[in-house]
Structure formats: C-alpha cells, structure tokens
Design a protein around this ligand. Structure first.
Ligand SMILES: CCCCCCCCCCCCC/C=C/[C@@H](O)[C@H](CO)NC(=O)CCCCCCCCCCCCCCC
Ligand SMILES: Nc1ncnc2c1ncn2[C@@H]1O[C@H](COP(=O)(O)OP(=O)(O)OP(=O)(O)O)[C@@H](O)[C@H]1O
Ligand SMILES: [Ca+2]
Length: 559
C-alpha cells in the first residue's frame, strides 16, 4: 500500500491516556504512547496492550467540537472532569461501525487537546478531508410514505434518520405523501432536481417503485426519449436514490445493503455509496406499462398480491395469509413464454456466484456480441416477427417469475434467484410448471433454507435480456367484457370451451414489484444499470476492522 503523506499528527489524550494521533488522506489512526502506561506487573501486561486503532476517512461521518456533558456527578466522572480540565479542549469524530448481519451504527471517539488552537486545527483538517469526498450528498429530497408497512415511516425518519443527516450537515427537503402516486407525480413534474444530490424514499418497495417511475420518466422526458418504444434505449438517471426501509417486504433495500435496517441505510446514504442497478421496462402492445427492479411474477406471486391487496390493514402479515390461501387454491395458467437468452454472461442462475460488493459479474460490460443484437439483422428479423435467437416455451405454469435481482428479503434470505445480479443487464426467468401441491411446497420451502430451489424436474431457470408472455386465452379486450354474460355476446371473448368458466381460474395477473399490472400479455426488456442507489451491494462478511491490519498502520509509521 503506497505511503500516504501525513497531514497532521500530535499527542492527544483519549480515555485518560496519551495517544499519538495521525491523519493522512486515507486513515485517522491513534496509538497509545508507551510512557503513559502504568508499569504492568510483567511484560505480558495485557491490560495496557498498546494496540493501534484507526478509521478510514471515507467512513468518518462528521467531526465537531465535543459538547460538554454537564452530568459529572459520580466520583470517577469528577476525576475525569478534573483531568479534562487539564485538556480542556476536545473534539469528537463520528464514524461508521459495523455490527452483526451487515448492520452499521454511528460510533464516536473523543480526543482531548491541551490547546484550543490544536483542537480547532484538528477539526479543520479532518473537515477539509471530508469535504474532499466528492460523492457525498449535501442536499436531499425526501419522500415519506406514512401508510406503508407498519405505518411508521414518519417516526422512523424523524427519530432514526434526520439526526444522522443533521450531524452530517446534509440538508433535506421532506415531503410526506398524501395519496398514492403523490411522490411519482411530484418527481415527474414539480420537483426542481438541480437543487438535489439525491432522492430518498422512506417506505417499502411500492414507494421505491413510485420514486423509480417518477425519476426515470422525468429523465426520459428531459432527454426527449419516448418510453413507449419497447426498444428505446433509455437514458440512465444521474440522481442517486436512497431507501429508508419502512415497508413490508423491503426486498430492494435488503438486496442492495444486506439488511432492512433504517440506520444502516441512512449511513450508506451519508457516506455517498453508489450501486448501479438494472431496471426492466414492461410494455403491452407497444405501450409502456411499468418498470420493475425486483420481481415480475405471474401465477403464484401475482395471485398472492391480488388477494393481499384486500387485506392491506393486516400490514406485512397480509402476504403470509394470502400466501397460504393461494397455495391451497393451487391454480395453474397456460401460456407461451418466449425469451432472448443472455449469451455471454460471466455467470448463470445456478452458479452460486452471489452478487456482492464490487461484483465482478456486474462490472463485466456485456460484450459487443450482445450490443450487436441491438443493431443486428437478427433484430430486424425479430421485429418482423421472425425471432431466430429467441427460445419459445408453451406450457401450464404455477408461477412465471422474472427476478432482475436476487429478491433476498427477510422472508427468503437468499431470495427468489440467489445468483441474480443487481447490475449485469440480465434477469433470471424462473418457470415453475404445473406440479403437485407437495412438490410446490417443497419448492417454496427451499426459499427459506440452503437447498437449491431450482433442483426440481418441474422448475427451469434462464438468464435473459428480454422476454415476452402471451396467455393461452386471449384476455378480455376491456374489463367490462367480464360483466357481460356470454349469451348477449354469443360467445365469451376469453374462452371458447365452457362459457361458465370463471375468469380468475384461467388468468392470473402480473405482480410488478408489489403492484398489479393491468394486462397479462407483456414484453419485457432489461435496461442495464439504468439507476443508481446510495448503496454498495452486500459486503462480504469479514472481520472488517481497519485498525487491525498492519499494512495500514505501517503507512502511518514515521518515515
Ligand atoms: C413454507 C414456507 C414457504 C415460504 C416461501 C417464502 C418465499 C418468499 C419469497 C419472497 C419473494 C419476495 C419477492 C419480492 C417481491 C417484492 O417486489 C414485492 C413488493 O414488495 N413483494 C411482494 O410481492 C410480496 C410477495 C410476498 C410473497 C410471500 C409468499 C408467502 C408464501 C407462503 C406460502 C405458505 C405455503 C405453505 C402452506 C401450508
Ligand atoms: N400517502 C399515501 N397514502 C396512500 N397510499 C400511499 C401513500 N404514499 C404512497 N402510497 C402507496 O402505498 C403503497 C404501498 O406502500 P409501500 O410499498 O411503502 O408499503 P408496502 O406495500 O407495505 O411495502 P412493500 O411494497 O415493501 O411490500 C405504494 O404503492 C404507494 O404508491
Ligand atoms: Ca440483473
């Protein structure tokens, strides 16, 4: 590791011991000074082990003059009080501390200086280093959904997030939404986006979906791109999106930072992490329908969602109740799935190559072969209806799921497609064919344990760039057809067989990131890395402590 020039180093006091504090452009480190240690009983006096500690500058949240805590009433605090009178000036550094299961907390360390000048110099030098971190947001536009999840979005923000933003000197314009799609419409039209470094969504996946639609539509409009064109090349959004999880599934937050903890997510926003993410565009008959970043599910997950919408008052538990009910109805749906397999990806859905921080698969740009598809003669042929490279599968399905990310969430920690990648330009298309209840139960159960949920004869999974679905029975032209009795129209528009079939048993609906789509015949295309989140992907679990690795400290040793 290259030697970094020292910016400042001095003898300060930390926890009533003399320490040498050193700052270079990457690390703030401190080490006890031998002389200040009491002579230990023997050489191996562990109590006084002079271990060094350090914090990366990029994970320092803020530095400020220490607030005097007046509460010195016990004897030891009185002693500390006298001691600190000697070193009357002190500053506190707030930094990211990793705890269990990918959770982050704001921790702090205070140093006492003999002179006020030195104290102010330290504060100024550290603050200067923080101001050099260009990717940190300074002003944010925050949308709060007061009704999502357990309806505590507002209190989560005010109690857990706002104090952290304030400490990091981030200014936030907060809008509490008053009705569904308020955030999307505000983003699409009124919001003056030049004022902000990012948009924060306080809510669940549905609320994120609103921000996503608002931001992407606004970006396309501003760049004159018509999102109704199924193969329009969409313009990536420059503003980062932050999520403060306050929903029921929160699978987007879970898959991008590894937990659905609001404080952890707020800290990722403050340090200015950046994680690109694929977005699927969904069209019906060349008309734009919606975007999806997590799950596009027909059959099981669509029916679960349809049934759960009537039970919103139950909060997150609505999904489990509807899940059991849908499981018992055990409906299957006939249709034709056609898809364009992703040719030269680095990975495949069953390769156990999980998408983690700094993922190599996501950094691998789709080679020219895939880009050639956009301009190639195959594309012309396909557009004329002849689709050579496309695979076509007709059958009866319990579920058709397209996961453009793992969809890891508290219900299923490894997710619907554990090896799906956040930003590789593909989606994993999972086809679950008609099978017995027991078989389907086994398949579902594997989402909650280590077993491979694709290892079933009735399950197949493909990594795709585009796909289409056409249900076997033409969907009614418009919804009033459902009410007309077949007699009046001579034949029912949807199924020629028996006229008394009820609509719901031959048609499911598409669950698009937790919202129901108005059509069942759709065409989907993956837009590679269309948006960016204030996240860094799920970090590999390792004892991530800066100060234990000698090479870092060696960089601080005097030359
Ligand atoms: C035996 C235990 C089986 C457990 C099966 C766990 C599989 C759960 C997989 C969760 C996948 C979530 C995908 C995320 C989709 C989000 O974009 C979307 C918006 O937030 N959430 C939902 O649509 C909400 C979808 C929520 C779906 C919940 C499904 C619950 C299934 C329960 C089935 C019980 C069957 C056993 C009956 C005896
Ligand atoms: N002020 C509001 N009043 C009513 N509905 C709202 C309001 N703001 C947002 N919504 C809508 O509420 C829906 C659900 O919100 P959200 O996704 O945050 O919670 P959830 O559905 O419980 O969580 P998840 O999507 O993770 O399961 C969203 O589709 C959003 O459009
Ligand atoms: Ca993907």
């Amino acid at each position: 590791m290259e030697k970094q020039p020292r910016l400042l180093s001095s003898k300060l006091v930390h926890k009533q011991r003399q320490v040498e504090v050193v700052l270079n452009s990457r690390i703030l480190a401190w080490k006890e000074i031998e002389s200040s240690r009491k002579r230990g009983s023997g050489l191996n006096d562990t109590s006084g082990t002079a271990h060094s500690r350090g914090v990366q500058v990029c994970e320092i949240l803020a530095v400020q003059k220490t607030e005097e805590d007046e509460s010195t009433n016990t004897r030891s605090q009185k002693k500390a009080k006298q001691y600190s009178l000697l070193y009357a000036h002190s500053f506190t550094v707030f930094y990211v501390k990793r705890t269990r299961q990918h959770q982050w907390r704001c921790s702090e360390v205070t140093f006492h200086c003999a002179s006020q000048g030195l104290c102010e110099q330290w504060i100024q030098v550290i603050a200067e280093q923080l101001s050099l971190l260009a990717n940190r947001p300074k002003s944010l536009l925050v949308y709060i959904n007061p009704y999502g999840g357990k309806q505590c979005g507002q209190s989560i923000y005010e109690q857990k997030v706002a104090p952290l933003f304030h400490r990091a000197c981030i200014s936030a314009d907060v809008i509490v939404t008053e009705y569904a799609n308020h955030a999307r419409d505000h983003l699409k039209t009124e919001a003056n986006l030049d004022k902000y470094d990012g948009v924060v969504c306080v809510g669940g996946d549905g609320m994120f979906s609103e921000i996503l639609h608002g931001l992407v539509s606004r970006t396309q409009t501003d760049h004159g791109v018509d999102q109704n064109q199924p193969d329009a090349v969409l313009v990536p959004c420059s503003l980062h999106i932050g999520i403060i999880p306050a929903g029921s599934t929160d699978c987007i937050c879970f898959a991008t930072i590894g937990t659905n903890d609001p404080v952890t997510s707020a800290l990722h926003i403050i340090v200015g992490d950046s994680q690109p993410m694929d977005v699927c565009s969904v069209h019906h008959n060349n008309v734009f329908l919606r975007y999806s970043v997590s799950l596009l599910g027909y059959g099981f997950y669509g029916d679960v969602l349809t049934d759960s919408e009537r039970k919103r008052w139950l909060g997150p538990a609505r999904y489990d109740l509807s899940g059991v009910k849908t499981f018992l109805s055990h409906n299957f749906y006939e249709g034709t799935v056609s898809f364009l397999p992703a040719e030269d990806t680095m990975g495949n859905p069953r390769d156990k190559l999980r998408c983690r921080s700094g993922c190599h698969v996501c950094q691998h740009k789709p080679s020219s072969k895939d880009n050639q598809w956009e301009m190639s003669e195959e594309k012309e042929k396909f557009d004329k209806g002849d689709s050579s490279d496309w695979n076509v599968i007709h059958g009866k399905f319990i579920a058709i799921n397209a996961a453009s990310m793992s969809c890891a969430c508290p219900r299923s920690p490894k997710g619907l497609s554990p090896s799906a990648h956040l930003a590789d330009g593909t989606a994993d298309l999972i086809l679950v064919r008609k099978c017995s209840r027991l078989d389907f139960f086994r398949h579902l159960l594997r989402h909650t344990n280590k077993d491979d949920q694709f290892d079933h004869s009735f399950v197949e999974v493909h990594r795709v760039r585009k796909f289409r679905f056409q249900p076997q029975h033409q969907e009614p032209v418009s919804l009033e057809d459902l009410s007309e009795t077949p007699k009046k129209t001579g034949f029912s528009p949807m199924c020629s067989a028996q006229t008394n079939c009820n609509y719901s048993s031959i048609h499911s609906s598409w669950n698009c990131d937790g919202e129901i789509l108005p059509h069942t015949a759709i065409q989907v295309s993956v837009q590679c890395q269309l948006i960016r989140l204030f996240a860094r992907g799920i970090e590999e679990q390792q004892p991530h402590c800066v100060f234990e690795d000698p090479c870092t400290l060696q960089a601080l040793e005097p030359h």
